[in-house]
Write a protein that binds this ligand. Structure first.
Ligand SMILES: [Zn+2]
Length: 365
């Protein structure tokens, strides 16, 4: 379901403001207008890996959840969530998560942390991004060729090469985000193309060269450990699209729904990405398990644009400067307009996407 369409709403081009969601008819207050699908790619940050259910994202503060999948390290709030995750992920996907779990485990045993972010680092431009990904492709080609020639298991050569991939630092959050997207792509490549490739994409989504490097390394590392049958979806096109889509389309996964305290991860929910931002939103959202529900908070007329606030409910009392800072931090854009409280369609025309992707906000908190 992307872009969203129903009796209640449809996606239209808003003059000067890209796409937006328009009410097809009068809608009365509190009516649910959209239930999103589960994310096409998401990550629960590593520091929450023992406290957040991998299936329904339930958070039990400070407590290790009791149901564990020992092969993959995933935890669940209940046996039924575990079963739900196993069914959704499939045997092949589970095997890939197991391989990633082992990679991270081995790497941690080595005692090498990921390298730090240099203060003099810069935001890489498109040419630098292309060059770096071409290099990653050459590295990945080696693995793909060797591994496709042999069996599913890593042969001696494959093992040697996996060691090579381990020599560079790993980023479990990026690896997990990419793997979730790759698995989704592999399950439904046509639907994935329709849902993800039509989203607003950021051409230069990496906030630093370190971030770009980490994505490229993660791609090569995944090529080195991924079950051979999944290599068709572990491609540069998919990995680059996942980064490009996350900048503008990711929703934070927080412990209490929209305005909960803990920022535990983020996900891309394509059908939900068509709502524009307004400082006077007429739509509210709440996370319900691994999906989002959207409902109108006032009576809406036919032809009205339906807008959400990209700010969480807890920021309502912030002043303009604080709000602007928060939008930049979390959503990676700056609102270049003298007056922040604008009609959404005008405001959106003035947005310039310029900041870091969502995950940067998580790293700094
Ligand atoms: Zn659960």
């Amino acid at each position: 379901m992307s872009p969203p369409a129903s009796d209640l709403l449809s996606v239209k081009t808003i003059p000067g403001a890209g796409r937006g969601i328009i009410a097809n008819c009068e809608i009365s207050k509190d009516t649910t207008v959209l239930n999103s699908e589960p994310p096409v790619a998401h990550v629960l940050f590593r520091e929450y890996r023992k406290e957040v259910c991998a299936h329904c994202f339930l958070y039990d503060r400070g407590r290790t959840l009791r149901v564990k999948d020992h092969d993959t390290g995933k935890v669940f709030c209940s046996a039924s969530c575990r079963q739900g995750w196993v069914d959704y992920t499939g045997e092949q996907g589970r095997s890939a998560w197991r391989d990633l779990y082992h990679l991270i485990h081995m790497k941690n045993k080595g005692g090498k942390g990921s390298s730090g972010i240099s203060l003099t680092d810069h935001r890489p431009g498109i040419e630098e991004i292309d060059r770096r990904w071409e290099k990653a492709q050459r590295g990945a080609d080696e693995y793909v060729r060797t591994r496709s020639d042999t069996s599913n298991a890593l042969g001696d050569t494959g093992r040697k090469q996996a060691k090579g991939a381990l020599a560079s630092s790993i980023d479990p959050d990026i690896l997990g985000y990419l793997l979730s997207g790759i698995l989704h792509h592999d399950q439904q490549p046509d639907r994935w193309r329709e849902a993800v490739m039509t989203l607003a994409m950021h051409d230069e989504p990496y906030s630093t060269t370190h971030d770009l490097e980490a994505h490229c390394n993660s791609f090569v590392q995944l090529c080195s450990i991924m079950p051979v049958s999944l290599l068709r979806s572990c491609t540069i096109e998919v990995c680059r699209a996942l980064a490009a889509a996350s900048s503008h389309n990711a929703f934070g996964i927080r412990s209490g729904g929209e305005d909960g305290e803990e920022y535990m991860g983020y996900g891309v929910y394509p059908s939900a990405s068509y709502f524009n931002h307004s400082c006077h939103p007429n739509v509210a959202k709440q996370r319900v398990g691994n999906v989002w529900r959207f409902w109108v908070t006032e009576d809406v007329r036919q032809g009205d644009e339906l807008c959400i606030s990209y700010l969480g409910g807890d920021e309502k009392d912030l002043n303009v400067r604080q709000r602007r800072g928060h939008l930049q931090e979390v959503w990676g854009f700056v609102l270049h307009h003298p007056v922040f409280d604008l009609d959404a369609s005008k405001a959106i025309a003035d947005w310039q996407w310029s900041g870091p992707p969502v995950r940067e906000a998580a790293m700094s908190t």
